[in-house]
Design a binder for this molecule. Structure first.
Ligand code: TYD
Ligand code: MG
Length: 451
């Protein structure tokens, strides 16, 4: 019996369901993302309240050590929480062309070398195209099998027959389930395909990596729709024109979510960047005003990066403000604090703030660096090259403490910085560090006076 047929509208960005079309999604506030899809309500069979369903006590549950396999890429292992867990489902999201297929093909290469069988299923590229990419990356052994297919029923059959240890699906938006009438890439299809794959992963203890494209136009459903279904969600980001890439985990059932992995895209695939701080500071201008180095924590790792600001007189109309890599509203707030507490007349000035390298920072510890860069550009006074600063700035201009100050100081020292401006309260935790001058500040007034 066919289920009751009707249609509903889904937001292709976040999966919000609505009976009628709406201009703006109430869920994610995106505009024009609703698409009508046929509704496939599964037939509800009446289940007898049977006796074999029984809850367990915590003490009765046997613990098995989750088996983890290293992917051969240290940066990826760290983001996953120490390797990939057998039977888990990992979603790798990111803009088209960022390097998701390349990353996963390299994972295949490493896993196969250890004697595991991997099945790479592509719905986007032909076998020849995959081979071309594989040739750039290096040599592969015969533990890797490739398949170009988008029909899930057929894919399921192949997986059951070949019993691989790992399956890669590139990408989830191209897969479709015949029983569902909506187009591939729609919310209904993407959800149905994911749940089929999830059953395969959990049922046969096969590790599944799924690629999901991030889409802005709302034509196909983005990875947000299935974030809650999978075990781990990783986002691959970076500036397409720059060569480095940052891998971030936003959800992880088997590890922490604030670790990042840094890679560099070269002619022959992705390479791990062991010292990201050094990498981020390459090309920092000397003796230029409006540039200062900040130290931010990414999970357990400190990362030094250059904060740049350009403040110039507004030529007409309203002042322009832009923020790249830091939150726009945060920059506006910091400018207001600077105006009120230090007395700079920011109202007549345009201001552009940028984190060099295109990386996104949302830790409040970069506040002090933003303030210093703005001030330095306004006064056209360069900040000494050997200076690093970090600290959160409050509304009354006070500089507040941040986590792990000692780790930050040590990272700055390792890279040859000699002066560190930090919140005064952090001085106690840090103590004395040989070879670096620590300047503790209580408010931004004191900080800008250091200049
Ligand atoms: P790709 O993995 O196809 O991206 P995605 O699957 O996320 O869409 O990689 C795309 C870009 O990477 C492409 O523009 C070419 C570049 N690239 C390199 O620079 N070096 C390489 O070794 C490879 C394989 C790709
Ligand atoms: Mg791809």
């Amino acid at each position: 019996m066919a289920g009751k047929k009707s249609s509903v509208f889904f937001c292709q960005n976040c999966g919000y369901e609505s009976a009628k079309w709406m201009g703006q999604c109430p869920g994610c506030k995106e505009w024009n993302t609703f698409v009508e899809e046929a509704l496939n309500r599964a037939e509800v069979k009446s289940i007898k309240a049977s006796a074999d369903v029984k809850p367990s006590k915590l003490s009765e549950i046997a613990m098995t050590d989750e088996a983890r396999a290293t992917t051969g890429l240290k940066e990826l292992d760290r983001v996953l929480g120490g390797g990939v867990v057998k039977g888990s489902m990992v979603l790798v999201g990111g803009d088209p062309g960022i390097g998701k297929s390349t990353l996963l093909l390299q994972v295949c290469q490493n896993i196969c070398k250890k004697g595991f069988f991997v099945l790479y299923i592509s719905g986007e590229e032909s076998l020849q195209q995959i081979k071309l990419r594989a040739e750039r990356i290096g040599t592969f052994d015969d533990h890797l099998s490739l398949l170009c297919e988008t029909n899930l029923t057929l894919i399921k059959g192949v997986i059951e027959k070949t019993k691989p240890d790992m399956v890669i699906i590139d990408s989830i938006q191209t897969m479709f389930d015949e029983e569902i009438s909506s187009a591939p890439g729609s919310v209904t299809q993407v959800r149905a395909s994911t749940s089929v794959l999830m059953q395969i992963a959990k049922g046969s203890a096969i590790t599944v990596f799924v690629v999901g494209h991030v889409t802005k136009e709302g034509v196909v459903a983005g990875p947000r729709v299935l974030e809650h279904m999978v075990d781990t969600v990783l986002y691959f980001e970076g500036d397409r024109h720059a060569s480095y890439r940052v891998l971030r985990s936003v959800k992880n059932r088997f590890g922490s979510t604030n670790e990042i992995g840094v890679f560099e895209m070269r002619e022959t695939g992705l390479f791990e960047v062991e010292n990201p701080s050094q990498y981020m500071l390459e090309g920092k201008p000397k003796d230029a005003s409006g540039s200062v180095v900040a130290c931010s924590m990414e999970g357990s790792r400190p990362l030094l990066l250059e904060v740049q600001a350009l403040v110039s007189r507004t030529s007409f109309g309203n002042p322009r403000r832009t923020a790249n890599g830091v939150d726009y509203n945060r920059v506006n707030l910091l400018m207001a604090v600077l105006e009120k507490r230090v007395g700079l007349h920011m109202g007549d000035y345009d201001a552009y703030v940028n984190i060099a390298g295109g990386i996104k920072m949302n830790e409040p510890a970069v506040d002090l660096a933003v303030i210093m860069a703005l001030y330095s550009s306004y006064k056209e006074k360069p900040i000494d090259e050997g200076t690093v600063c970090f600290g959160e700035v409050g509304l009354s201009g006070e500089v507040r403490s941040v986590s792990m100050p000692l780790v930050r100081v040590q990272e700055a020292k390792k890279l040859g910085f000699s002066t560190i401006i930090l919140p005064k309260v952090c001085l106690k935790t840090v103590g004395k560090v040989e070879g670096v001058k620590l300047i503790g500040v209580e408010n931004i007034r004191e900080a800008v006076d250091v200049l």
